[in-house]
Design a protein around this ligand. Structure first.
Ligand code: NAD
Ligand code: USQ
Length: 394
């Protein structure tokens, strides 16, 4: 299959591109490399050093003998997107290319506007490009479990049957997202569902949980093929952060009571899920939703699991929650559709945790303890960042 991986320079896009390339697909990467600029803006860096996009694509060719085409440009630029479609002629598009940090989107007005314009306009451009170039192209888009929020009822996979005043319908599941970033994903989902309805596009929305881990079968073939690993207070995700914190002797930063429960998955399962969605495409005109996670844990449980797996002494600290979120709540979310397609999950156990701790330990000298603190507060309309940089312009 000819597959375009949008956001192929990122944490998940890069290993997905390698995985699909190794599986025999013709892969093209699209990325504007803006993720690297966020690091410059925040004064932080990936824990694991990463090569430039061009260097790692060349290295992949040396290691595997396989070619990946690269297109450096911005999805919000319609002419660029059209040109990529004309040149690459994809049969499927995997779309990772968004600003993906909830805290980043909550820094201030400029970052909220940037996030929503980047994500919503980028995806809308893409929908037009597919409709105008070839409506049979299957769009596999990364959404988020955070679209649903934490309702006091079971979460279904995208849709819920509702009986109201004696009449019944299957409707989009109600959304209660927790940040302007998560809201951008909701807006994308609506635009995608609408495009499928009016133009007959085929799309899969992968409502993914929080990903952990960093090593995949392909990225470990050479140190230069490594993907990024974020641990800072803005881009670091919870389990990866806890592993870095344990290794440098920093207390594990459980926000508030720690009863926040999230769907989680191993990075290797991200790759497997995307591949399963590609190999089993949506029908013409179909907008389908898969909940992409394998297990759910509370933040407190995750801190305890990391503390148990780490051989040294570890302290768990309950710090004030900088976010506005339920710290204790009901959580039960369906996630059977990818299992039905054949997903065999890597579950979170001591071996996996120790392997992430080992990655953190290898690069412990690169950790900036100052970067760990959560600096973005949901209740403020303008958070005080530790960098004085003017940042990216929306
Ligand atoms: P990432 O920031 O590492 O990668 C995203 C990539 O997209 C970056 O390389 C960035 O430069 C690129 N990009 C952003 N805007 C672009 C634009 N306008 N044009 C071209 N390229 C652009 O993020 P990630 O962690 O790899 O996440 C990938 C996707 O998966 C995101 O959509 C995210 O919302 C979703 N997701 C991530 C997680 C997680 O735990 N990391 C969980 C659920 C969903
Ligand atoms: N948390 C802590 N301590 C920390 C960091 C986080 O208690 O040091 C808590 C947060 O308050 C939150 C939970 O852990 O309740 C998850 O936070 P996170 O930063 O790991 O994840 P989140 O902000 O939800 O975003 C990440 C990705 C995003 C993706 C989302 C999936 O950055 O791209 O969409 O996970 S989901 O959570 O299912 O929406």
């Amino acid at each position: 299959m000819r597959i375009l991986v949008l956001g192929g320079d990122g944490y998940l896009g890069w290993p997905t591109a390698l995985h699909l390339s190794r599986r025999g697909h013709d892969v093209g990467i699209v990325d504007n490399c803006v993720r690297r600029n966020y690091d410059h803006e925040m004064g932080v860096d990936s824990l694991v050093p990463i090569e430039t996009l061009h260097k790692r694509v060349r290295l992949w060719q040396e290691v595997s003998g396989l070619t990946i085409e690269t297109y450096v440009g911005d999805l919000t630029d319609a002419a660029f997107v059209d040109e990529v479609f004309e040149r690459f002629e994809p049969e499927a598009v995997v779309h990772f290319a968004e600003q993906r940090s909830a805290p980043y989107s909550m820094i201030d007005r400029r970052h909220a506007v940037y996030t929503q314009v980047n994500n919503v306009a980028g995806t809308l451009n893409l929908l037009y490009a597919i409709a105008e170039h070839d409506p049979s192209i299957h769009l596999v888009k990364l959404g988020t479990m955070g679209e649903y929020g934490t309702p006091n009822i079971d979460i279904e996979e995208g849709f819920i049957e509702i009986t109201h005043k004696g009449r019944t319908d299957v409707l989009p599941y109600p959304k209660q997202p927790g940040s302007f970033y998560h809201l951008s994903k909701v807006h994308d989902s609506h635009n995608m569902a609408f495009a499928c309805r009016i133009w007959g596009l085929r799309a899969t929305d992968l409502n993914q949980g929080v990903v952990y881990g960093q090593a995949t079968d392909e990225t470990t073939l050479h140190p230069g093929l490594a993907t990024r690993f974020d641990y800072d207070g803005v881009f670091g995700t919870v389990l990866n952060r806890f592993c870095v914190q344990a290794v440098i002797g920093h207390p594990l930063t459980v926000y508030g009571k720690g009863g926040q429960t999230r769907g989680m998955l191993d990075i290797r399962d991200t790759l497997a899920c995307v591949e399963l969605a590609l190999l089993n495409p949506a029908e013409e005109g179909e907008f389908r939703v898969f909940n992409q996670f394998t297990e759910s844990f509370s933040v407190q449980q995750m801190a305890e699991m990391v503390a148990d797996a780490y051989p040294g002494r570890t302290e768990i600290a309950h710090v004030e929650d900088p976010r506005v979120e339920k710290e204790e709540h009901y959580y039960r979310a369906a996630h059977t559709k990818l299992l039905d397609l054949g997903l065999v999950p890597h579950l979170l156990d001591g071996t996996t945790l120790r392997s992430i701790l080992a990655i953190a330990d290898t690069h412990r000298d690169r950790v900036d303890p100052e970067a760990i603190r959560a600096t973005v507060e949901w209740r403020r309309t303008a958070s005080r960042l530790r960098t004085a940089s003017p940042g990216l312009r929306a």
